[in-house]
Design a protein. Structure first.
Length: 191
């Protein structure tokens, strides 16, 4: 066998060189990294939207309870983060307080039936329970009282802001991570 025949036999072999294998592994690795990044961002987005949805449903439920109670109540005292009402709709008329503090919406009612709305004061002993928690950034109350002259029907506007993160800090997509809801209730004159 002479030297030119050996070159011809080597040229007929169908294999890959080390460089070709390394280049193909590198390209495959890049494709896998891009694919993994795409799927991980999709999973993160899904989890983020589910968390916002859960907190939004919790805030809506709390808001529905408050609006139902406010329709048959008289506003005693209010601020942007708290409202104290006297509820006339129950068999045992009660003083009820809704307060938002520390990313928690808390409701409280008096322990016993109040016979007079004048007993609905900040000094009243109130049992509280959490209505909504987690990433609720804002829960605000805006009260426009009723008046007889000129005749104006009062209303309470409740607004809430739900974020994907606590205090809306570090939101990934900015305003897309924030959901806002609002409800306005007309007050009935219970006097």
């Amino acid at each position: 066998m002479n030297i030119p025949d050996r070159k011809r036999n080597n040229a007929k072999k169908n294999g890959f060189t080390l460089i070709e294998v390394l280049v193909s592994i590198f390209i495959f690795s890049l494709l896998m990294i891009v694919t993994f990044d795409f799927f991980s961002s999709s999973v993160f987005g899904y989890r983020n939207s589910k968390a916002i949805q859960k907190d939004l449903e919790s805030a809506q439920y709390a808001m529905n309870i408050m609006t139902k109670t406010l329709r048959t109540s008289k506003v005693i005292d209010s601020s942007s983060s708290m409202i104290r009402i006297y509820d006339y709709s129950r068999k045992t008329e009660k003083c009820i307080v809704y307060r938002f503090a520390g990313n928690k919406l808390v409701s409280g009612s008096s322990n016993v039936a109040d016979t007079e709305e004048t007993l609905c004061t900040p000094a009243l002993s109130i049992q509280t329970k959490e209505m909504a928690t987690n990433y609720i950034n804002k829960f605000e109350f805006s009260v426009m009282p009723s008046s007889a002259d000129p005749k104006v029907v009062g209303r309470v506007t409740i607004s809430a802001e739900v974020c994907a993160t606590l205090n809306c800090a570090g939101t990934v997509y900015g305003e897309k991570d924030v959901a806002r809801i609002q409800s306005t209730v007309s007050l009935r004159n219970m006097e």
